[in-house]
Design a protein around this ligand. Structure first.
Ligand code: ADP
Ligand code: MG
Length: 298
């Protein structure tokens, strides 16, 4: 990862007291631990990546992640306080959050419609902010959404994010299968990486699909379409499930409002010309207060 000499020279231990045994998460290429910012005493989460793992494409992705984190400033996006590079590692010092939305939902089985509304409003607001700047996240899922309370969530893990510049956006297989948009699966199925679309607007829709899957998971405690995308039969099977449409059969949907179901359907619309954008989703009646709805009806 290219960096300035000033950053290169810094010694992490002069700035942070790393609590190596206080882990928040471990991934294939990174681990996240709690650390104390020595000067302020503030606790932060430090995401650590070993340089020896950062070769080729992976190094490029870490550079993207750093650049995007560096220039985003939004209440529902994790803030990077420091980025420190040593000969062995890259460290991102981030806002410390209690847990991620995956753990949060698993512990509670599913969430109430009110908590879902609070979380989805912040998530879509963060996605709207990113899309306005032509940044696509491409890996939106509960594991990458950090949470203290339903009123305080932050989108994280910009490892697959990128600034959409090229007009020929390719359907590179990425992300986690439950959350992958059908147009991406079809792209892989149709021959590896194929031109997916010709405008930079369209690629943003993959994030919206993922937001729809997240919303379904929060309310139902399970994904709407479960399957894998590694092999061709798996992909065709998953597409068949998606083609059958979003169903709300479980008991938990019986008590859910029509507005909530309608928003899920708008986020999970296979027709890109009909799928919501982050901006249009935020204007959906699901996000209007009961009072505002009464006023509209009057
Ligand atoms: P990876 O690229 O390995 O998926 P992530 O950035 O998603 O890395 O971090 C991995 C996990 O670590 C997350 O799913 C979450 O549980 C935890 N985590 C990451 N950042 C923070 C943070 N700022 N505060 C608390 N936990 C975090
Ligand atoms: Mg992650």
């Amino acid at each position: 990862v290219p960096t300035t000499p000033a950053l290169q020279a810094r010694d992490i231990n002069a700035i942070y007291e790393l609590q190596d045994d206080n882990k928040k998460g471990t991934g294939a290429f990174s681990r996240v631990i709690v650390a104390k910012h020595i000067e302020s005493g503030a606790l932060r989460a430090v995401k650590i990546m070993e340089n020896q793992h950062l070769t080729g494409k992976k190094a490029e992705m870490v550079a993207h992640e750093r650049e995007i984190l560096r220039r985003t400033r939004h209440p529902a996006i994790v803030t990077m306080h420091d980025c420190i590079q040593t000969p062995d590692r890259v460290y991102f010092a981030l806002d410390l959050m209690q847990t991620d939305l995956f753990e949060y939902v698993v512990a509670r089985k599913k969430l109430s419609e009110d908590d879902t509304r609070k979380i989805m409003r912040q998530l879509l607001d963060a996605v709207n902010y990113l899309h306005e700047q032509s940044v696509v996240h491409r890996d939106i899922k509960p594991e990458n959404i950090l949470i203290n309370t339903p009123d305080d969530i932050k989108l994280a893990d910009f490892g697959l994010a990128k600034v959409v510049q090229e007009w020929d956006v390719r359907s590179t297989p990425c992300g986690t299968s439950f959350y992958i948009a059908p147009e991406i699966i079809r792209g892989i199925e149709a021959q590896g990486a194929r031109p997916l679309c010709t405008t930079r607007e369209v690629v943003k829709f993959v994030d919206i699909w993922s937001c729809g899957v997240v919303m379904f998971v929060l309310i139902a405690g399970r994904p709407p379409f479960a399957g894998q995308v590694k092999t061709s039969p798996e992909r065709r099977d998953l597409l068949k499930k998606i083609d059958r449409g979003v169903l709300f059969p479980d008991a938990q949907w019986a008590s859910v409002s029509e507005d909530a179901k309608d928003l899920v359907l708008q986020l999970l619309n296979q027709d890109l010309s009909q799928r919501a954008t982050a901006a249009s989703a935020l204007k959906h009646p699901f996000f209007k207060s009961a009072e505002a709805k009464k006023e509209l009806a009057a």
